[in-house]
Ligand binder design. Structure first.
Ligand code: MG
Length: 205
């Protein structure tokens, strides 16, 4: 979560610019502010927090702090993940558990936003990321490599939103003019999955 907050802060202006192209230009600011608040709350709770409780805490904070569609969607993402990690200690969150968590997180987003693949939303990064993580777990690669493959798939998915016509959210009001721009939500999703993968690559993990 800390790495995610840092990445969002670093990429805040880029996410704002992407959102300005097809939305109202605040996605970077909203996400950076929401994650800063989420991390502050986690820091206050201490390191003994179980993974599911940490995920739920972040989801609830994002729901209340992030404006536009991103708050409810990312809130549903982390609350979905919390459900899958219920009753697991931090030591018990292995690659298969992460894959279950990402499945549930993506299902939460889909339930909330009702978007399909190809609608030019965050799901266009999350679907391939979820599938890549599941496939990597099936191949029994290390957790670090599985998360890296998932983040790479999210990147490719985010880049593949450029030629798409937006069918959901504010960008859909632009119709054909939404074509030729990368979706900001898909971009922030890929960024967060990279932060997760980078964190697991560190020697201390
Ligand atoms: Mg916006």
């Amino acid at each position: 979560m800390r790495a995610g907050a840092e990445a969002l802060m670093q990429e805040r202006d880029r996410l704002n610019r992407l959102d300005a192209d097809i939305g109202d230009g605040d996605h970077g600011a909203n996400m950076a502010r929401g994650f800063a608040a989420a991390v502050e709350r986690l820091n206050g709770a201490g390191d003994a927090l179980a993974p599911a409780d940490a995920m739920r805490s972040v989801g609830i904070t994002l729901l209340s702090k992030v404006g536009g569609a991103a708050g409810p969607l990312y809130g549903s993402f982390f609350i979905g993940a919390a459900g899958a990690l219920r009753d697991r200690s931090a030591d018990a969150v292995d690659a298969a558990a992460w894959a279950d968590a990402l499945d549930a997180a993506v299902a939460g987003v889909q339930r909330r936003g009702k978007a399909q693949a190809g609608d030019k939303t965050m799901l266009d990064a999350l679907f391939p990321a979820r599938d890549a993580l599941r496939a990597a777990v099936g191949d029994s690669v290390t957790l670090a490599d599985a998360l890296a493959a998932s983040a790479e798939a999210a990147d490719a998915g985010a880049e593949a939103t450029v030629p798409l016509l937006a069918r959901k959210g504010r960008a859909s009001y632009l119709g054909e003019r939404s074509i030729g721009h990368q979706d900001p939500g898909a971009t922030s999703s890929a960024l967060l999955l990279h932060a997760l993968a980078q964190t697991w690559k560190r020697p201390s993990q």
